[in-house]
Design a protein around this ligand. Structure first.
Ligand SMILES: [Zn+2]
Length: 490
């Protein structure tokens, strides 16, 4: 009932000039909590920021402006006896205030302030060590040395290539803080950083070299202040966050590595801008599908089955599949290849296909339909033409699998981040994206992706840039550090 009312009101609100980058919002009224589950745009990489903020997304990041506003309207109208979105619980606020008013936190922030130029230098150093997909090893070794220099213990490069280092606390559980080592850029891409005023330019300078450097700044600050957290903190530089890496680093960490089953919360430092927090992971399934047939002369063997016909039919049928806009669910036939000659019926053709959804349920539905359509298209072709010399077959191979899900807004980690933003007077919006957090979220471990830099843009392009102005970046680190310390306990 309440949910119906919320839906109707949301429809009304959406009809009144919603920004067109926001494709769906799911506001759900549980017994005691409002959950803004997802808010995605249709463009994949660009964010619409609140006025006064620069745009910069995490990889594959999806937009969010307006969602919070709409959700807040719904909540403010009193449809549910629930905490207003982005208003932290009093307990979370009290914890963050207690930490931020401690002399130790003041010393940590003094170190961050004094270490600003070091942070910029670390960004440049890390950016200028190329880290193409599956070739992160050189940067990993440099990052390992940076962990060692900061006194982390158990520093190592694990079997998958992740760099891990422990900052021992009181042993009351383990939290993981991470940034990713890899970039999207292939070998040979020039990575020399150019500075113009308060801006740094270079491919990968933001995503995620700055996340790596911000992580180092947090360690330095905790060390300078002599902070001992209740939980141990595992700091990680992950491999394989981008593209075909398919989250292989964080997946190893949580499913195979020696820290598996130990983390009670996870941070990825892999977003940009002030005022948003990634709590949702958009899931994806990616397939490479190969169709094979007997092949033959285009003239002499005319009438034989053709694998390209089956593939074409499959694409046409797939594009008739209806998917919900809420939760946003999408698909794309993306890359094709095959054939040998213009005068030959191909014996092999292939395509790559991408499917995404904000929920695991809808992702599974579209995937099952996809697999069924492939078989139907093959059967249709084998019935339509001669199979005298062989039949058309299809082999779908899963080449990408990122689970969908979201961390509840009621989780401590989200509440502490919300409180840390509120303490700075920053209005927060919640977003969904595809980041390292997808894996812990899928395992039920509270995870968020936080911002690495106050401003930046053109991620995944040769014109990528970040702003290194001091005031906003120190403020952002204050928010990040308070959230981490509150989650680890102090
Ligand atoms: Zn990234």
């Amino acid at each position: 009932m309440l949910e119906d009312a919320a839906d109707r009101l949301l429809d009304l609100t959406l009809a009144r000039g919603a920004p067109d980058n926001v494709s769906f919002v799911l506001v759900r009224f549980d017994l005691a909590a409002v959950r803004l589950a997802q808010c995605l745009d249709g463009h994949g990489t660009r964010l619409q920021m609140a006025p006064g903020h620069q745009d910069q997304g995490a990889d594959d990041m999806t937009g969010r402006t307006g969602a919070f506003r709409r959700a807040a309207i719904v909540a403010a109208l009193g449809l549910a006896a629930a905490p207003a979105l982005a208003a932290p619980t009093p307990a979370a606020m009290a914890t963050v205030k207690r930490i931020e008013s401690s002399p130790q936190f003041a010393r940590a922030m003094a170190a961050i302030d004094a270490g600003h130029d070091k942070w910029v230098a670390d960004i440049i150093t890390l950016t200028e060590i190329p880290a193409p997909p599956f070739k992160e090893a050189v940067r990993a070794r440099a990052y390992r040395d940076m962990f060692v220099a900061r006194g982390l213990t158990d520093v190592e490069i694990d079997a998958e290539g992740n760099v891990t280092g422990l900052r021992k606390g009181g042993g009351q559980g383990l939290i993981v803080v991470s940034a990713h080592l890899d970039t999207v850029f292939p070998e040979g891409t020039p990575v020399k950083v150019r500075r113009e005023g308060d801006r740094l330019y270079a491919p990968g300078v933001g995503d995620d070299s700055t996340g790596l450097a911000t992580q180092l700044a947090f360690i330095d600050a905790m060390n300078a202040a002599g902070i001992r957290t209740k939980a141990d903190i595992l700091f990680v530089g992950t491999v394989g966050e981008e593209g075909r890496g398919d989250l292989r680093g964080v997946r190893h960490l949580f499913t195979k590595g020696k820290y598996k089953d130990r983390a009670k919360a996870f941070f990825s430092i892999d977003g940009g801008g002030i005022g948003s927090l990634t709590v949702g992971g958009a899931g994806s399934k990616r397939y490479r599908v190969t169709f094979k047939g007997p092949g033959g002369h285009s003239f002499g063997a005319f009438g034989l089955v053709n694998p390209m016909t089956a593939m074409s039919q499959a694409v046409v049928d797939l594009y008739k599949v209806g998917v919900p806009s809420d939760p946003k669910t999408t698909y794309s036939a993306s890359v094709v290849g095959g054939g040998t000659s213009v005068n030959a019926i191909p014996n092999e053709v292939w395509m790559e296909f991408d499917m995404r959804s904000a929920t695991a349920e809808e992702l599974a539905k579209v995937e099952q339909r996809f697999l069924a359509i492939l078989n139907e298209a093959v059967a249709t072709e084998n019935a339509a033409r001669s199979t005298r010399d062989g039949r058309v077959t299809v082999e779908p191979v899963l080449v990408g699998d990122r689970p969908a899900g979201s961390t509840p807004l009621t989780a401590d980690i989200v509440q502490f981040s919300t409180a840390a933003h509120a303490a700075e007077g920053v209005t927060l919006s919640y977003t969904a994206s595809s980041t390292d957090s997808n894996i812990p979220i899928s395992l039920g471990i509270p995870a968020i992706t936080i911002s690495r830099v106050a401003s930046g843009g053109r991620n995944h392009s040769l014109e990528e840039w970040i702003g290194v102005e001091k005031a906003d970046n120190v403020k952002l680190k204050r928010i990040g550090l308070a959230t981490i310390l509150a989650t680890a306990g102090m």
